[in-house]
Ligand binder design. Structure first.
Ligand code: HEM
Length: 471
């Protein structure tokens, strides 16, 4: 029998798999919740399955039980999402249940994220273990018509791939993989609007970011007419999507720059934890949470907001920075020194003012020597919303490592991606402050920069950006 999750020729949304009725064999994965500190929070969903649909979970549970059964494990945790936001199948002794039987996908491969929705996927989706960030410029002579056709093609391909299916003329790179939490997110850069004759509809939020004194930005690796973010929990699935979208670009657009990143893989930690970056810090703890009452207002453009472009309703602005970490210098610091740079403990991310990872920072607490426990130039202090008039953003980065640089040190760091309803009330004020007095500045270098308007999610029957390109 064809397995809709492993057979790219079968349609996982057509009900051709095992089971019947809504949310049965056609659903493909565990809809993971989000642990505190994860940049994620909105559950991963499956098309055609209503939120909270019990059937879906039951089927997933059966599928996973089959998987775990093959591994001989008795216990199972479903829907546990870590900082990396990954649903995990874990045996009673805490070890991952990895020996899937023939035809069975683990929750990693089976998890599917919905393409259609109020927001584009890849913003509140739990961090995936692989990512590609790619900017394209429209080809000379390509304008609004070609851009609209391209977004239509890209949306169709993204929808197909995110459902774990193969697009026409497929390369076969991910033939035997499930959707693997693939997300594809599309954005428009400032220059897109001039090239398409849409300058009057460019939001003021796309005005160039101010120059920051510590920037060492390479224009060739910055900005771009169009931006695509790909995330997946499998490297081949992510590359497959990258290839398909590049091929779709055809004569309409050319790659301007590409960056490849990664996060921790599912099952690598026994317990769900917030992600770590390449400096070894727990990173993502104090992200705004989707359960916060003001989350939507801070991260997404509201419909009908004064001065906003209506086509951006439900959208968000992404600031993208390739931040090189000067790891050789960083490693010279003692662990205590490293912890004072951030203001948090390295082992568990707890504030230096005490408590556990999720304890709020006490910025006024002093030690027996009368000195502030969270130093006055600590990164976590300077970037805290209360120090920046409430400015907040959702940080959703990937790490990168591109070998050894010309200077003989690792060309590694953070593909910093942050999301906000308005960069002037998110990234800009915080980076201004960090630029002036952050203890971390000595150990990082911003090497590229991009600002992109990421429209709201496409409703069924529409493509991403249609309300801009066809209105
Ligand atoms: C390679 C560069 C960076 C590294 C390694 C880094 C690392 C960290 C770490 C370890 C934390 C504490 C844990 C947490 O709350 O996530 C943190 C917090 C934070 N960082 Fe960064 N960060 C970097 C760049 C930036 C940049 C460029 C911005 C924005 C302009 C930023 C904004 C923030 C914010 C808003 C917080 C939360 C502060 C709070 O509310 O407590 N970070 N960062």
């Amino acid at each position: 029998m064809s397995n809709p999750l492993t057979d790219p020729t079968s349609d996982p949304t057509s009900g051709s798999g095992s089971g019947s009725g809504s949310g049965s064999g056609k659903s493909s994965g565990v809809r993971a919740g989000s642990a505190s500190g994860s940049p994620a929070g909105s559950p991963r969903t499956s098309p055609g399955v209503s939120p909270g649909g019990g059937d879906h979970l039951d089927i997933s549970r059966r599928r996973l039980l089959g998987t775990v059964g093959a591994a001989g494990a008795a216990g199972l945790v479903i829907g546990a999402a870590g900082g990396a936001g990954i649903a995990a199948a874990v045996s009673e002794d805490g070890s991952a249940a990895g020996a899937a039987g023939p035809g069975a996908l683990t929750s990693v491969g089976a998890t599917q994220v919905a393409f259609h929705g109020r927001h584009q996927p890849g913003i509140t989706t739990p961090l995936q273990s692989r990512g590609h960030l790619v900017a394209f410029d429209l080809a000379p002579g390509a304008g609004r018509k070609e851009a609209a056709a391209l977004l239509r093609r890209w949306s169709a391909t993204a929808r197909t791939l995110m459902a774990g299916k193969a697009p026409a003329g497929d390369t076969g790179i991910a033939l035997d993989a499930g959707p693997s939490s693939l997300t594809v997110t599309f954005g428009f850069g400032r220059t897109f609007f001039d090239r398409t004759g849409l300058a009057s509809r460019r939001p003021s939020q796309l005005d160039p970011l101010p120059a920051f004194s510590s920037d060492a930005v390479d224009p060739k690796r910055s900005e771009g007419d169009l931006w695509v973010q790909i995330g997946a929990d499998d490297a081949l699935v992510a590359f497959h999507a990258l290839r398909a979208l590049q091929k779709d670009a055809g004569d309409a657009a050319r790659v301007r720059w590409q960056m490849n990143g990664f996060n921790r893989s599912a099952g690598a930690t026994a317990r769900p934890t917030t992600a770590r970056n390449l400096m070894g810090q727990v990173d993502g703890t104090n992200n705004p949470k989707p359960t916060d009452p003001d989350f939507d207002r801070r991260i997404f453009v509201p419909a009908g907001a004064a001065g906003a472009q209506e086509w951006m309703a439900g959208g968000s602005y992404a600031v993208v920075r390739r931040i090189r970490m000067l790891l050789d210098d960083w490693d010279q610091l003692s662990q205590e020194g490293q912890e004072r740079v951030i203001g948090r403990r390295k082992a568990d991310g707890a504030p230096l003012s005490g408590g556990s990872e999720t304890t709020p920072l006490d910025l006024n607490k002093t030690g027996p020597d009368g000195k502030l426990l969270v130093p006055d130039n600590a990164h976590a202090r300077i970037s805290a919303p209360e120090q920046n008039g409430g400015a907040a953003m959702l940080r959703r980065p990937f790490s990168f490592h591109d070998g050894i640089g010309a200077d003989g040190t690792p060309d590694a760091g953070l593909l910093f991606v942050c999301w906000q309803a308005d960069p002037l009330r998110g990234f800009v004020p915080v980076q201004r402050k960090l630029d002036r007095g952050d203890a971390l500045s000595k150990f990082v270098r911003h090497e590229s920069s991009g600002l992109f308007a990421v429209p709201g999610g496409a409703p069924e029957g529409e493509y991403v950006g249609q309300r801009l390109l066809e209105a």
